[in-house]
Design a protein around this ligand. Structure first.
Ligand SMILES: N[C@@H](Cc1c[nH]c[nH+]1)C(=O)O
Length: 359
């Protein structure tokens, strides 16, 4: 880790501390069995996991947010704000040029008005990165989640779509199937048409018991008997995931969509309040991009505002800063208590690289 990156991390920490954030540290080795699932598929595949004889599966921390939330919720979950700086570790599966260990300097706000806190995190990070040629991206996972929860369909379908918000291609395939745009595969049709699927199935070879297979067939039957999603609802979901415009234009499209899909109403009001709060903090929201699918391939704990800052000239570099809102994560780690929370990180090594023009 070079001295310039350390100095940059210290500069960023000072900016976060000046907002009243309390510096915190976390152990580098974190319990993997309870925490790893909270990150989702990408990090699950990229965490360095090892076995400890007394503590079970441990991992090198893949981020600070989950350990910080855990410590915060264990202590009571009152409103608070924290800052941290240190290394995180993530395996690189495809690109050997990307580091497997890098610095993050971050900032988390627990409690407070969500629109104000979102705007404060974004504006503080934007301010800390001022002068670098970076492009912001924003999105809101909560809008898509609200749209899915409001669909007039079975809870099983909504649950499957919510699980696959993070896998855009799988999500699309499910939506196509639920709206009967793609027909049921032939082998499933044959299976469901059969009065006794076990009659000609031959001896049981697999590891699943007969009861498990029966339960799975019952699920498939219930699914096949569920009415297709309406064309209209499917088109509205398509419109949301395809949004890609300036924030004010997205807001007006979403207001139109909300007329036919009232379930997203609160989330759209939240976006509107956030844009006002960002504007009050000096962010030029008229040019601020918004993408309906931004953040859908990152950390699966986000459930609201998401953002990133990417080098304008080097799209191949990872984002220099990222963050978002993760209200549901505090519930999962808080034994029933919930504190709305939002935060973000900056990568000091990338900032130094970009500033020196080596990027
Ligand atoms: N922990 C996230 C960034 C973040 C901080 N707070 C919210 N999001 C990351 O490593 O990418």
């Amino acid at each position: 880790m070079g001295a310039p990156a350390r100095a940059e991390a210290a500069r960023l920490s000072a900016i976060f501390e000046a907002t009243g954030a309390q510096p915190v540290d976390t152990s580098i080795l974190q319990p993997a069995d309870v925490l790893l699932d909270l990150y989702g598929e990408d990090i699950r595949a990229r965490a360095y996991v090892t076995a400890d004889p007394l503590r079970g599966e441990m991992m090198l921390r893949p981020d600070f947010t989950v350990p910080v939330v855990r410590a915060h919720m264990d202590e009571g979950g009152d409103p608070a704000r924290y800052t941290y700086a240190g290394e995180v570790f993530r395996r690189q599966e495809t690109d050997p040029a990307r580091p497997i260990e890098f610095l993050q300097t971050g900032f988390e706000i627990f409690g407070g008005d969500p629109a104000q806190a979102d705007a404060e995190v974004f504006a503080t990070i934007a301010g800390a990165l001022d002068g670098l040629d970076l492009r912001p991206s924003t999105g809101d996972i909560g809008i898509l989640m609200a749209a899915v929860r409001g669909l007039r369909t079975s809870e099983a379908r909504k649950g499957a779509l919510l699980r696959h918000v993070w896998r855009p291609r799988r999500f699309r395939a499910l939506l196509d199937r639920y709206s009967a745009r793609t027909p049921l595969p032939a082998h499933k049709k044959t299976l469901l048409a059969s009065a006794d699927p076990f009659a000609e199935a031959g001896p049981a070879l697999g590891r699943r018991s007969r009861a498990e297979v029966e339960a799975r067939i019952a699920t498939l039957r219930a699914e096949a008997d569920t009415r297709p999603l309406s064309e209209e609802e499917t088109a509205l979901i398509d419109m949301i995931v395809d949004l890609r415009e300036t924030s004010p234009n997205v807001l007006s499209s979403l207001r139109d969509i909300a007329v036919d899909m009232p379930a997203i109403g609160d989330a759209v009001t939240g976006l509107s309040r956030r844009l006002d709060a960002l504007s009050a903090r000096g962010i030029d929201v008229d040019t601020l991009p918004f993408e309906g699918s931004f953040g859908r391939t990152t950390l699966e704990y986000y459930d609201g505002f998401v953002f990133g800052f990417q080098s304008a000239t080097r799209a191949d570099l990872p984002p220099a800063a990222t963050g978002g809102r993760y209200d549901a994560l505090t519930r999962r780690l808080g034994q029933g208590r919930v504190v709305p929370a939002v935060g973000g990180v900056i990568r000091p090594e990338l900032v130094v690289q970009i500033r020196e023009g080596r990027a």
